[in-house]
Design a binder for this molecule. Structure first.
Ligand code: CP
Length: 295
């Protein structure tokens, strides 16, 4: 199948092919391709998004696709229609591919088994967010020249993070070493065999310090004390950033809670790749759409 459900198990050669193809698209002039001319692509977001949703739409339009945007809030999902029936409905109308984001874990797998049109996972619960990790790897490779041998520390809400999981699988496959840093209630114990947990001071001594958003909506009070206490214990403060190596970079998938997991002044600082990550999301998604729809 040409679905892209996750990066777990994707071989290095395939990851590299996607990164290389994104490099090709990044070098092309904007809005010049007819690669997906006549292809209908539906963006089906059952959970909110800004970056992923719009960068897929930009990517689709740059490839000349016909874009259908599905908004769950204005759909028959509000009448109780299931995600499967919704995607099956769009498939029956002849879409050539779909981009899907959902809250629940497990549904994406079911869709991949039952839907024939190629589907791209735009984030499912805390399971995987493959295009985010691909754009993260692309950003690292562009900065460092290679991913093999890098030390990447992912700091924050690992337990709830699909970004951490997709990055873990792809970075390990590419020969980077991944470390996690998180308070007890944000750890994913099932991942401990793949990435050691380190303290925040050790996490700073990495080539890449990747901060994760504190998912306030998924914690309901059980966070880690207050936002101020979280910042003091695990936030990337200006003082902590000053202890990073000169060559090291700061990443964050965004959206950012400024002054919680990362200081406001660092978001657009020289070490930060946060907005470059967003820019790289477009060529990565062009490469992924092409792979899914054209093989
Ligand atoms: N990084 C990311 O997935 O952002 P959105 O939720 O806005 O798409």
């Amino acid at each position: 199948s040409r679905h892209l459900i996750g990066l777990k198990g994707m071989p290095k050669s395939e990851i590299e092919a996607i990164l290389d193809r994104a490099g090709y698209w990044e070098a092309q002039p904007v809005a010049a391709s007819s690669a997906l001319s006549g292809k209908f692509v539906a963006n089906m977001f059952f959970e909110n998004s800004t970056r992923t949703r719009f960068s897929f739409e930009v990517a689709e339009k740059r490839l000349g696709a016909e874009v259908l945007n599905f908004a769950a809030a204005a759909s028959s999902v509000q009448k109780g229609e299931s995600i499967y029936d919704t995607v099956k409905t769009l498939e029956s109308m002849g879409i050539h591919g779909g981009v899907v984001r959902i809250k629940a874990v497990g549904v994406m797998q079911e869709l991949a088994e039952r839907i024939k049109a190629p589907l791209i996972n735009a984030g499912d619960g805390n399971n995987e967010h493959p295009t985010q990790a691909l754009l993260d790897l692309y950003t690292m490779r562009k900065h460092f020249g290679a991913i093999e041998g890098l030390t990447v520390s992912i700091v924050g809400d690992i337990r709830h993070s699909r970004v951490a999981r997709s990055n873990l699988w792809a970075l390990r496959e590419m020969g980077a070493s991944v470390r996690f840093c998180a308070p007890d209630n944000m750890r994913a114990t099932e991942l401990a065999e793949y990435a050691p947990y380190v303290g925040i001071d050790d996490a700073l001594q990495s080539d890449v310090v990747m901060m994760l958003r504190v998912q306030l909506e998924r914690h309901e009070g059980g966070l880690f004390g207050s936002a101020e206490e979280y910042r003091a214990a695990y936030g990337l403060t200006e003082e902590r950033a000053g202890r990073m190596a000169p060559h090291a970079i700061i990443m964050h998938p965004a959206p950012v809670n400024r002054d919680v997991e990362i200081d406001d002044a660092l978001v657009e600082c020289g070490k930060s790749k946060i907005f470059e990550q967003m820019a790289n999301g477009v060529p990565i998604r062009m490469a992924v759409l092409e792979r899914a729809l054209l093989g």
